[in-house]
Design a protein around this ligand. Structure first.
Ligand SMILES: C[S@@+](CC[C@H](N)C(=O)[O-])C[C@H]1O[C@@H](n2cnc3c(N)ncnc32)[C@H](O)[C@@H]1O
Length: 240
């Protein structure tokens, strides 16, 4: 079966860099709410492992359960883990997706960055219920709701571009509405020497862009309170 994240994995950390400082600010807001004593902290859709690595560094007593179904992305996170043998006893990387994995009865918190849009409304309700059932009182999960806030056409534009040595790595994104809360995103990953294209890979994802009020109501239905962080795309879901 083809891997929808194979093209994305090629230069993931390079092209994610414009968003990284905002992600870290949001992670810092989650940190005091993490409860490693209550169980492992979930990193759902762990990608290249940026957030798993942050957790292992920022919360020294944390165990981390990272879920990553894409083989290409899993290779990136595994390479990151391989560089830190001191992490081997603290992190488990599982290849199942959220609904395929057996989750522990109790968790110390959860991170779902860049992944919530992969779930439709019914799946989001189930994800929130699974988290609410496992978080301790006072615990929390960090999510993000990707732009645009309402599904609307996104014209093709460079979303990230980084030069490494003599080559440029560029991400071009565009999206068309698919009805209800869905956008079909087309992401093109280029490496270039000047304007000469050396490699070009394209992938498409149907992504859900639920309204903040919808997500707030879905979370409340299972006892989670949604708090938007500083008018950003990041939200904490608190189990009170
Ligand atoms: C945009 S990447 C985000 C990676 C990482 N969380 C980050 O913030 O850098 C989304 C990731 O979610 C994973 N994913 C997609 N559907 C998933 C599911 N149902 N359960 C768990 N992970 C999923 C993809 O394989 C991909 O690596």
């Amino acid at each position: 079966m083809s891997d929808p994240y194979a093209a994305t994995a090629g230069a993931y950390d390079l092209l994610n860099a414009p968003w990284r400082s905002a992600q870290i600010k949001a992670l810092e807001r989650l940190r005091p709410l993490l409860r490693p004593d209550a169980g492992a902290i979930l990193d759902v859709g762990a990608g290249s492992g940026l957030n798993t690595a942050w957790l292992l560094g920022a919360v020294p007593d944390a165990q981390v359960l990272a879920l990553e179904p894409s083989p290409a992305m899993r290779a990136l996170i595994l390479a990151r883990i391989a560089a830190h043998p001191d992490w081997y006893d603290r992190v488990t990387l599982r290849p199942e997706d959220f609904f395929g994995a057996t989750l522990p009865a109790s968790i110390g918190g959860a991170i779902l960055l860049g992944v919530l849009g992969h779930f439709d409304a019914g799946e989001r309700a189930a994800v929130f219920a699974e988290l609410a059932n496992r978080l301790p009182d006072g615990g929390a999960a960090l999510i993000d709701l990707q732009q645009p806030e309402r599904p609307e056409p996104v014209q093709a534009a460079t979303m990230a571009s980084t030069r490494v040595g003599e080559l440029e790595y560029r991400l071009i994104g565009e999206a068309i509405p698919m009805g209800d809360d869905r956008l079909r995103w087309r992401m093109t990953y280029l490496s270039l020497e000047g304007e000469r294209v050396l490699t070009e890979e394209t992938t498409e994802h149907v992504y859900h862009h639920p309204a903040p009020a919808t997500v707030t109501a879905e979370a409340a239905a299972v006892g989670l309170t949604a708090e938007r962080l500083d008018a950003t795309t990041y939200w904490l879901l608190h189990r009170r």
